[in-house]
Design a protein around this ligand. Structure first.
Ligand code: SF4
Length: 181
């Protein structure tokens, strides 16, 4: 068994969807050793070997695994979070037990969705980035045809929380993000 228990340590508003919550749970032991094996067996993961993160999409929920904690975004309530954490615990431990039968995958694999990035932009359609709407900017961003720093409003204090989540997501997917932010 790779890890024995988890504990929800924070419940926050979900930045991508104000009707939902974001849950952070600490895990009892480091779990990053299993990430390349999960990356090999699950569809649609974003794996960042250097940063030790694995992002998984399960239905509408966005799950990011770190060495010692798990973040769940777009969650309905704590009951759903508990169910997902139990599912993750079983999945991680079962995958770890079978790791010798699995070819690990260290590539970053899956792509980001423009809509996921759009939900984390300010959403004001102010055009400062040179695009007519935030959605148009998100589409260009996901296609690597523009740079996140062109959205000046995102780097204001008002959008600090969104900025952090968006930069983490871009970084996990292998995009270059400003290191000082
Ligand atoms: S600068 Fe940012 S907030 Fe303004 S339209 Fe572009 S992406 Fe949207």
């Amino acid at each position: 068994m790779l890890f024995h228990s988890y504990k929800i340590t924070r419940v926050l508003p979900c930045l991508a969807d104000p009707m939902k919550i974001r849950v952070i749970a600490d895990v009892s032991e480091e779990i990053h050793e299993v990430f390349p094996y999960l990356n090999a067996t699950l569809k649609g993961c974003i794996y960042n070997h250097a940063a030790n993160t694995l992002t998984i999409r399960k239905d509408q929920v966005l799950i990011t695994l770190h060495a010692l904690h798990i973040t769940l975004a777009k969650i309905e309530d704590e009951k759903e979070a508990e169910e997902l954490l139990k599912w993750l615990k079983d999945l991680i431990n079962e995958t770890y037990e079978k790791r010798e039968e699995i070819e690990p995958n260290f590539s970053m694999a899956a792509e980001l969705k423009a809509l996921d990035l759009f939900k984390l932009l300010p959403g004001t359609n102010c055009k400062q980035c040179g695009e007519p709407t935030c959605l148009a900017f998100a589409v260009k961003l996901v296609g690597r045809n523009t740079d996140i720093t062109k959205c000046n409003p995102l780097f204001s204090a008002k959008y600090q929380e969104k900025q952090k989540v968006l930069l983490d997501l871009l970084h996990a997917a292998g995009f270059q993000v400003p290191s000082q932010l």
